[in-house]
Design a protein around this ligand. Structure first.
Ligand SMILES: Cc1cc2nc3c(=O)[nH]c(=O)nc-3n(C[C@H](O)[C@H](O)[C@H](O)COP(=O)(O)OP(=O)(O)OC[C@H]3O[C@@H](n4cnc5c(N)ncnc54)[C@H](O)[C@@H]3O)c2cc1C
Length: 481
């Protein structure tokens, strides 16, 4: 970062600069603009300042200062969040963890590693792969998102169907509480430790309970064998039924992903085309892994199920290179929307797998109702849908229509007993949709927990929860609208 002398009379900026160093703070408008949103670009707000601490001590000192001077603040990792969690709604001091990016310790004997929060997800697997290990949670953004951000969002990924999401791989956390105190929770991997499950509480709390400054994660041994299947279908219903039948046959694939026709059009027009036919209604990308014995049998069973549901073409990857190309095509699917639409909104609902055909039909109805195309790329195996609403923000009213269409997709998920988020969090984007699945009392029970950790509500205020209709939320900082 370029060193420029502090040129402001703002005493808070000067004090924060003394904590992190003059070279580790941004406060000029032109610099702050890069931090006015995250991956949810519909809302933009400038922070008061962005600080780049390089140690837990610096994070704690910044937080203590904000706490004592009633300054709103929030944590930020890579800013890839899709629900607006890192947007400084209240002119926050943004605490960027990107300089805290060290791999602190690898303990293969006990299958764990300790990282700083700014450590990029994929770098962990890359750091231990040569010794036969990997870190399982694999969000499609894993080449740039941070493990701190993954903890806050309880991130998932394509391979979380078999191996579980982030919370299943976190063994310990060091956390700076909103008053600046530092605590450690978990850490030794002992099953069922006494006391409350604070690891479970903090993981997925969307940066509202504390700032994570150190993370102990579980590492897994590479599977002995892996095979990947690509299946093309002329009817979405056939693809959906194949998903259901694979799971009910007792097969647990490592990943079971689906893309519909609009999504296929986008990935084929973007950076990693693989030659999918453009006239198919849906494709499935299915991966099985484990010990070598039994993999061929699982693949045969999967091929039989695909054929039973009128698959047009089905093939098994013939090389690691082919498998990697199929995955690059899938994992860059969100960004690929840019090839067919100026803007897109990613939604993130969950449904029981058996309701897939009817919910996809309903999403198609919503698309027609709002006159906006909706592409579907999703983790079909665990019922985690990602309707991508395509729109053009430069056309008057289209952003609002896209938001309304996205909200209606989530309502459809909730109506069949599902949820409004599977992995991207609530942030500011889905606050109101929390009402689709929680009563006022249930929301209040959760905000009461937040108030224990974050009594002044200075940390990431205005995120995650709506204001319950029958009560007035108190203790919001005065800047909160
Ligand atoms: C192309 C693309 C694909 C994606 N695919 C997936 C996917 O497959 N699965 C998935 O789950 N998500 C996915 N995401 C969403 C996003 O990448 C994840 O939510 C990720 O976990 C965010 O990490 P980050 O470092 O970018 O966090 P940020 O966006 O910077 O922050 C996210 C939230 O975490 C909080 N936070 C960040 N760091 C800390 C910390 N150290 N302590 C406390 N709170 C903190 C922030 O305050 C904010 O509320 C995708 C995003 C994109 C753009």
């Amino acid at each position: 970062m370029r060193k420029r002398p502090i040129a402001t009379n703002d005493p808070h900026i000067q004090a924060l600069a003394r904590i992190v160093g003059e070279q580790a703070i941004l406060y000029r408008k032109e610099d702050l603009m890069a931090y006015d949103c995250d991956g949810f670009t519909v809302h933009r707000h400038l922070p008061r300042a962005v600080v780049f601490p390089n140690s837990t001590e610096q994070v704690a000192a910044v937080v203590k200062y904000c706490h004592e001077h009633d300054l709103p603040f929030l944590a930020r990792g890579a800013g890839t969040g899709l629900s607006g969690g890192a947007i400084p709604l209240n002119g926050e001091v943004v605490i960027s963890l990107t300089r805290m990016k060290r791999l602190l310790h690898v303990d293969l004997e006990n299958r764990r590693a300790v990282v700083e929060p700014g450590f990029v997800n994929l770098k962990l697997t890359n750091s231990v792969a040569h010794r036969g290990y990997y870190y399982a949670p694999d969000p499609s953004s894993q080449y740039c998102c941070t493990i701190g951000g993954n903890v806050a969002e309880n991130a998932g990924g394509a391979h979380c169907l078999k191996y579980g999401v982030t919370t299943n791989h976190i063994l310990g956390l060091e956390v700076v509480l909103p008053n600046g105190e530092v605590i450690e929770i978990g850490g030794n991997g002992v099953p069922d430790p006494p006391g409350y499950d604070l690891l479970g509480l903090l993981t997925g709390s969307e940066g509202t309970l504390g700032i994570v400054t150190k993370i102990t994660v579980r590492l897994l041994k590479n599977p002995e064998a892996k095979q990947t299947v690509l299946a093309y279908f002329d009817e979405v219903e056939d693809a959906s039924q194949t998903v259901s039948d694979i799971i009910s046959a007792g097969i647990v694939p490592a990943a079971l992903e689906m893309m519909d026709q609009t999504a296929i059009e986008a990935v084929e027009a973007a950076a990693f085309p693989v030659g999918h036919p453009k006239d198919i209604a849906a494709l499935l990308l299915i991966e099985v892994d484990g010990i070598s014995a039994g993999i061929d049998e699982q693949i045969n069973d999967i091929l039989t199920i695909c054929r039973r549901h009128h698959v047009r073409e089905v093939k098994v990857a013939q090389s690691e290179e082919e498998r990697a190309r199929w995955w690059a095509n899938r994992k860059t699917g969100f960004g690929a929307m840019g090839a067919i639409s100026p803007d897109y909104l990613v939604q993130d609902g969950v449904i029981p797998r058996s309701r897939l055909p009817e919910v996809l039909r309903e999403i198609a109805d919503i698309s027609r109702k709002y006159g906006l195309r909706i592409a579907n790329i999703f983790h079909a195996g665990d019922g985690n849908l990602h309707p991508l609403v395509l729109f053009d923000a430069s056309k008057p009213g289209e952003t609002e229509r896209a938001l309304a269409a996205g909200s209606e997709c989530l309502k459809a998920c909730a109506a069949v007993g599902g949820s409004i988020t599977g992995e991207h969090g609530v942030g500011i984007e889905k606050k109101e949709e929390m009402r689709f699945i929680f009563t006022d009392e249930e929301i209040l029970a959760q905000t009461a927990i937040r108030d224990v950790f974050n009594p002044k509500n200075l940390l990431n205020a205005g995120k995650l929860f709506p204001t319950p209709e029958r009560c007035v939320e108190t203790k919001m900082p005065s800047t909160v609208k």
